[in-house]
Design a protein around this ligand. Structure first.
Ligand SMILES: NC(=O)c1ccc[n+]([C@@H]2O[C@H](COP(=O)([O-])OP(=O)(O)OC[C@H]3O[C@@H](n4cnc5c(N)ncnc54)[C@H](OP(=O)(O)O)[C@@H]3O)[C@@H](O)[C@H]2O)c1
Length: 284
């Protein structure tokens, strides 16, 4: 039995679908089972990474775990899961981390939070694998409203390049690692096939949508305010803006061959991702 945390989110949901299709027994942990909307084959359990009792219950009969935690709680939540996984004799933990933990100069919050989780996994002695994706292609969905309503993309740090990766490719790597041998102790940095600026991504979206789109670079302060307006906390707004600033560094533009090496399938291009998501950007 594989326990998937973050099963209702971008990567976790895609992972669940892959494991179900492969007929692997899956348990999904969520804070809101009734709203999870997961396939019937999944054993959905209530749990919170902040509550060790609920983690212990979710781990009963589980031998492998996909660990996904978010935000400032990453260090505590990872430590909670790893402590209970040790007690439950779990055979393998796959942690979704950040592609930037391998960059020693990345001292901003998100890679720093993930480094502590990675270290807890290494210290536990549980066989583990770290997945370190660069920016998700799915982040472009934050542009959906302004594309639909104003034919425009607003973003800070317009010259920054990120080798963005498809969330389905991350899930495919996770499914492979969870169901095949040979991944203990490995760290897989994951990217898509090319590094793109926000303006280049806008041009791809315009081409796929068949209508012109404008790219407008905004000041970081305005982008930060937009994150706050979206309902995120000050801590997360600062962490996300610090992360976005690193798109000006070469580390985020490195293309890694790992998706193909692990899964045997080439990584998805942003054009392919955008084509799959046409409906999200279409005018209403
Ligand atoms: N976005 C990027 O560009 C990027 C790049 C590299 C790495 N990452 C990393 O990817 C991760 C985010 O992945 P994602 O986008 O797939 O996540 P997501 O869509 O934001 O979903 C978050 C998931 O976490 C669960 N969750 C939240 N708080 C929880 C808690 N206290 N206890 C148990 N579960 C909880 C939610 O489940 P319920 O609400 O159902 O409980 C949900 O399934 C983060 O670690 C982030 O640092 C992101």
């Amino acid at each position: 039995m594989i326990l998937v945390t973050g099963a209702t989110g971008t990567v976790g949901r895609s992972l669940v679908d892959r494991l179900v299709a492969a007929k692997v027994p899956v348990r999904a942990m969520t804070r809101r089972p009734a709203a999870a909307g997961l396939p019937a084959a999944v054993d959905v359990v209530a749990g919170d990474l902040g509550d060790r009792g609920s983690i212990a219950a979710a781990l009963r009969g589980v031998d492998r775990v996909f660990l996904l935690s978010t935000g400032p709680d990453i260090p505590t939540h990872d430590a909670n899961l790893i402590r209970e996984a040790t007690r439950a004799d779990v055979a393998h933990v796959v942690k979704l981390s950040s592609g930037r933990t391998g960059d020693d100069t990345a001292t901003d919050p998100i890679p720093s939070w993930h480094r502590r989780g990675e270290q807890a996994l290494r210290d536990s002695g549980i066989p583990g694998t770290i997945l370190g994706p660069l920016g998700f292609m799915a982040n472009a969905l934050h542009w959906a409203d302004s594309i639909r309503n104003r034919d425009s993309v607003f973003a800070a740090y317009g010259h920054g390049r990120i080798a963005v990766v498809d969330e389905h490719d991350i899930a495919s790597v996770a499914a492979t690692v969870l169901t095949t041998d040979g991944h203990d102790g490995r760290t897989y940095r994951l990217s898509g096939p090319e590094a793109l600026t926000p303006a280049e991504m806008t041009a791809v979206l315009a081409d796929v949508l068949g209508r012109p789109l404008r790219f407008l670079e905004v000041e970081p302060a305005a982008a930060r305010q937009a994150i706050l307006d979206h309902g995120l906390s000050e801590i997360m707004a600062d962490a996300i803006m610090a992360l976005r600033a690193t798109a000006l560094e070469s580390f985020t533009s490195v293309v890694h061959p790992t998706v193909q090496e692990v899964t045997g399938v080439r990584s998805t291009s942003f054009r392919e991702w955008a084509t799959r998501h046409l409906a999200d950007f279409a005018r209403v």
